[in-house]
Design a protein around this ligand. Structure first.
Ligand code: XLS
Ligand code: CA
Ligand code: CA
Length: 449
């Protein structure tokens, strides 16, 4: 089809379908590296990368920051007579954008899609009116839902948290929203459901009963899991770690913390990790580190693709641009078996001074191209085999003899200590890690060599 908008109006005029034109193209509105049909390893690029668009940043954010007012006058909000009319227009704009960009997955919060009403019942009515429209647009365009979630952090009532709120009434109101958001996700055939615990943390320990809050959080997640399963939801629930912002400390601090939490409360069968690059950076970790941690625990799920700014400690949610970071991330993802129900959700926003109608496309095109390069480099690392073989060889002493018996748990500390004392200690432990050699090879791969 060459009519890429299905609503009353075209919101991104003069922009057609974004095509792959190759690395030498000078057309800003074309992919230089993302060639969806190209095979990389055993799968097409588009099936490896499973790109998704974040409804909130792309169609709701308007440039407001703590120091300044909105800079973006979105055409879908102009001249509307009611918030619901704005929501309908916004959805038309969103599906026009998905289709023109050629991305067939998206993610949303309940409040991104539908305005909050005067009562929980009215909010739900608004949400399900919009869900019905989304269902039609999904059918017409082939776009699918990667995951849904509930915004239980913006409304002032959540200032002290949602599931971890010290007031039971607020916890119950959060449940009203989460239940409806799970229903909406199921109705739209969502592949997953995400919990990001924005205000599930504390500002001061002087007024916080931490054990109670964590127990309540686990209780709430357990109830949500049970409800979703009862309603027939088969996909993964995700926890998205973040160390702080807006709270001083968030309980879902980083991947290892979340893994410990899920295992302690018996939630690790139904929950996996949704890892965001910028949140990894705020926790003082590399993006790839967080991915490796989740993969090692068998809990890797999905990704929020973006980047922070190394010069500050904020969640700036910029579009990913670093080939190296994307390559290391994709190397971790490919070794974890790639995405099954997860995907690469661009939880990223254009800067508040990027106010041209093309800018949203340019941000996504750059991010998609960066991950396409990252994917090809990661596949090159695997196909060439030098780096994986080096790592494998480094642990070879655990594959046979005493090392293998140790690894299988067939040895006691006394025996291990005896081997240590008899084992030619002078020659042991001095094999080079050859990090520089490996980094130099990576740089060659980054240039396609
Ligand atoms: C905020 C989070 C949020 C989640 C979804 O920092 O990234 O947008 O991804 O609630
Ligand atoms: Ca996120
Ligand atoms: Ca973020």
């Amino acid at each position: 089809m060459d009519n890429y908008y299905l609503g009353k109006k075209e919101y991104f005029p003069k922009i057609g379908k974004i095509k792959y034109e190759g690395p030498k193209s000078k057309n800003p509105l074309a992919f230089k590296f993302y060639n969806p049909e190209k095979k990389v390893g055993k799968k097409k690029m588009k099936d490896h990368l499973r790109f998704a668009i974040a409804y909130w940043h792309s169609f709701c954010a308007d440039g407001v920051d703590p120091f300044g007012a909105a800079t973006m006058a979105h055409p879908w909000n102009q001249g509307v007579k009611s918030p619901m009319e704005g929501a309908e227009n916004k959805m038309d704009a969103a599906f026009e954008f998905f289709t023109k960009l050629g991305v067939d997955l998206y993610c949303f919060h309940d409040r991104d899609m539908a305005p909050e009403g005067e009562s929980p019942a009215e909010s739900e009515k608004n949400l399900f009116t919009m869900v019905a429209k989304a269902k039609k647009l999904q059918k017409a365009t082939g776009v699918k839902l990667l995951w849904g979630t509930a915004n239980v952090f913006t409304n002032p009532r959540f200032m002290n948290g949602a599931a971890t709120n010290p007031e039971f009434g607020v916890v119950a109101l959060a449940a009203t929203q989460v239940k409806a958001a799970i229903d909406a996700t199921i109705e739209l055939g969502g592949a997953g459901y995400t919990f990001w615990g924005g205000r599930e943390g504390y500002m001061s320990l002087l007024n916080t009963d931490m054990k109670r809050e964590k127990d309540n959080l686990a209780r709430f997640l357990t109830m949500a899991r049970d409800y979703g399963r009862k309603q027939g939801f088969k996909g993964p629930f995700y926890i998205e770690p973040k160390p702080m912002e807006p709270t001083k400390h968030q309980y879902d601090y980083d991947t290892e913390t979340v893994i410990g939490f899920l295992r302690y409360y018996g939630l690790d069968k139904d929950f996996r990790l949704n890892i965001e690059a910028n949140h990894a950076e705020l926790a003082n970790h590399d993006f790839a580190h967080e991915l490796e941690c989740a993969a090692a625990a068998g809990l890797f799920g999905s990704v929020d693709a973006n980047r922070g700014d190394p010069r500050n400690g904020w969640d700036t949610d910029q579009f990913p641009m670093s080939y190296q970071e994307c390559a290391l991330a994709m190397y971790a993802i490919l070794r974890a078996g790639g995405f099954s129900s997860g995907g690469l959700n661009f939880d990223a926003k254009i800067r508040r001074n990027s106010v041209d109608n093309q800018d949203l496309f340019l941000g996504h095109i750059g991010g998609m191209d960066s991950f396409a390069v990252g994917l090809e480099v990661a596949q090159r690392i695997i196909d060439d085999g030098l780096i994986p073989a080096f790592t494998k060889k480094r642990y070879a002493s655990f594959n046979s003899g005493d090392g293998a018996r140790f690894a299988k748990g067939q040895m006691k500390l006394e025996e291990l200590a005896k081997i240590g004392s008899e084992g030619g200690y002078k020659k042991i432990g001095l094999s080079s890690g050859r990090q520089e050699y490996l980094e130099n090879i990576l740089n060659q791969y980054l240039l396609g060599l």
